[in-house]
Design a protein around this ligand. Structure first.
Ligand code: NDP
Length: 284
């Protein structure tokens, strides 16, 4: 990331909070290099009061698009010209795409998750248990329902957020959703096909944290997915593997939301193995 900016290069970026080495930037620029795109992916700290000016700046400089992280995922919407279907259902945008002279908000988090899931199982007709009701859970809940999941049980610590997500799913997507308050060790019901951790439990530096879950209720016919990308080998991933389940780690989702972003911006279907390798190098 040491080369100077060249204004003939196409620009993409991430408007969010600063981090020393942004893994998404490393992953995206690995894809650009691999596919011969003379593009940059810039990580830009934007304070909430400056969001309108930042979006105007991206328009003025002809950015192909940009990602948005917390705290901009909802606030950015009023500065855009339109929304894709799932971003509109979720009310949150993590990826902005320039189409013609318009900036359109998309949400690639849930789409990236479903792409990973589909490598192991087709969600169509499946019963899903998901821990969490925050931004990641909203995105995943909407997309697995759009991909045909018929039943979604939201297990969450706080009642308010859990119920809010269940209402959104029951109102807006063709799946039946129910809420279970997570106030004791959760026993995954028999007949569940897919179990998802969409909480932040297990994220670095809290790597020893464990979901309050009866591990014996995980059976080998279940697919267990964790959204935590760092470290990818979480306690849930280990527990599920030890029970014989098929497992998806959080790097798959991160890579796939990245591949979808690159495809939206450039039209190229990038090689996910290059992007995953770049992330594994960052996460050691
Ligand atoms: P939010 O803060 O919006 O939501 C966090 C969720 O985790 C809430 O449901 C919260 O419950 C729950 N939670 C947190 N700590 C605990 C705990 N100790 N016990 C029980 N529940 C807990 O975060 P996001 O949804 O945006 O992100 C969640 C995770 O997803 C993050 O770790 C993030 O790194 C990961 N992520 C991964 C992506 C990928 O590409 N792999 C993409 C996007 C996110 P409550 O409502 O009760 O507070």
């Amino acid at each position: 990331m040491t080369e100077p900016l060249n204004f003939k290069q196409e620009l993409t970026g991430c408007f969010g909070q600063p981090v020393a080495e942004n893994p998404t930037q490393v992953m995206m620029e690995a894809a650009y290099r691999h596919h011969g795109l003379d593009w940059r992916y810039l990580t830009i700290e934007v304070a909430p009061r400056d969001l309108a000016a930042a979006v105007a700046g991206a328009r003025a400089m002809g950015f192909r698009g940009f990602n948005c992280t917390i705290p901009h995922k909802v606030a950015v919407i009023e500065h855009l010209d339109g929304l894709g279907e799932s971003a509109s259902l979720m009310g949150a945008v993590n990826c902005v795409v320039r189409r013609g002279d318009q900036l359109i908000g998309e949400n690639t988090d849930g789409k990236g998750f479903v792409k990973s899931l589909q490598e192991l199982v087709d969600p169509n007709g499946k019963r899903v248990v998901m821990f969490g009701a925050g931004g990641a859970a909203r995105a995943i809940g909407v997309e697995v329902a759009l991909a045909g999941a018929t039943q979604i049980t939201i297990v969450n610590r706080s009642k308010e957020r859990g119920e809010e997500l269940v209402i959104l799913l029951n109102d807006k997507v063709p799946a039946e959703a129910e809420f279970v308050l997570w106030d004791q060790s959760y026993v995954v019901p028999e007949g569940t096909d897919i179990v998802i951790n969409a909480t932040s439990i297990g994220l670095f530096p809290d790597v020893n944290a464990r979901l309050d879950l009866d591990v014996d209720s995980l059976t080998r016919d279940m697919v267990v997915a964790d959204v935590i990308p760092n470290p990818p080998h979480t306690n849930l991933v280990r527990d599920a593997e030890s029970r014989g389940c098929r497992v998806i780690d959080g790097l798959g989702m991160l890579v796939n939301q990245g591949t979808i972003g690159v495809e939206y911006w450039s039209g190229i279907d990038p090689d996910p193995t290059i992007m995953r390798q770049a992330l594994e190098d960052v996460f050691g």
